[in-house]
Write a protein that binds this ligand. Sequence first.
Ligand code: AMP
Length: 214
Amino acid sequence: MNIILLGPPGAGKGTQSAGLVERHGMKQLSTGDMLRAAVKAQTPVGLEAKAVMDRGELVSDAIVSALIDDNLGAMPVDQGAIFDGYPRTAAQADDLDRILAKNGRTLDHVIELEVDVDALVERITGRFSCAKCGALYHDTANPTSEDGVCDVCGSTEFKRRPDDNEETVRTRMDEYRAKTAPILPGYEARGIVSRVDGMGAIDEVASAIDAILN
Ligand code: AMP
């Protein structure tokens, strides 16, 4: 099973990917996570991508497609892949078709998380994660059970993404509208697009996604 989770920043792609990994043993391929790891490790890709990411603009197609190519190629063929935050442009969608074919895979579903754009800024600016295990939280929608302590690993260190500020979020949404939303009609023509209301509670959205996969 190979699926794309599509939706504007803050739609819940990362949260739902983590759930799919846990429930179905799939692997999450998040180009955003890969790029953030490259920035942290100060690799040549990270050094090139950092300023672009800080502005909320898109990193070059060649860089992100190479990341996907490498990571998918390293996976066992029978493990399902969740593409989270990729593809984001028409060129990346073409690249993905080639990369999947090369690996003997086909795209089963494109799931679009539909969200109320006005709510996204609040959703994004409220999110944070455990600095140790990466568990995702939100100030109001999904706080830790005990204040300041990670539910999963007990760490008391948390972090926020530097690009989760209002100004950058607006640029990221503009990029989504201009470059990413236009790839949907191509997938629609193949009959593989499903839409899920992304404004529901995390487990409701998860159930809606599972209903599509089953
Ligand atoms: P994300 O974690 O998916 O919100 O991505 C964070 C940032 O990484 C984006 O705002 C872009 O700057 C960059 N990025 C992630 N995935 C891609 C992609 N597929 N194409 C171009 N840039 C990307």
